[in-house]
Design a protein around this ligand. Structure first.
Ligand SMILES: [Cu+2]
Length: 116
């Protein structure tokens, strides 16, 4: 009995692992947005829920970016010194506004699509 159950379980695990890995790779993308002196690079990207945005500070000053989602939730990325990176995983569909606590002139807006 256990000789029959074991191959079936193994097959199931392989299929599950393949769909998880494959699905994950297809769903989640990684985008990079460069911060120049006092502006965020306009990328025109169209990210989805679960995608990651890496902010790269190429300015000679520190920034402190924060994301505001359409439902009002906010995420602050903390102080970002020159030549450092910060990552944000987009967790809600809809409009997201990215601004800097230190430099209110900095603003980038994007629309996050559903994951599916
Ligand atoms: Cu700033």
């Amino acid at each position: 009995m256990s000789r029959n159950a074991s191959p079936r379980l193994t097959a199931c695990l392989l299929i599950c692992a393949a769909s998880w890995v494959g699905g994950g790779a297809a769903r989640a993308a990684d985008y990079e947005v460069v911060i120049h002196h006092a502006e965020l690079e306009e990328t025109g990207i169209k990210p989805k829920v679960g995608d990651t945005i890496t902010f790269i500070n190429h300015a000679e000053i520190s920034h402190n970016l924060y994301l505001t989602y359409e439902d009002g939730r906010m995420e602050t990325l903390d102080t970002q010194i020159p030549n450092s990176t910060k990552k944000a995983v987009l967790h809600t569909a809809g409009r997201v506004v990215i601004r800097c606590w230190i430099h209110p002139i900095i603003r980038l807006e994007m629309t996050v699509a559903d994951a599916s």
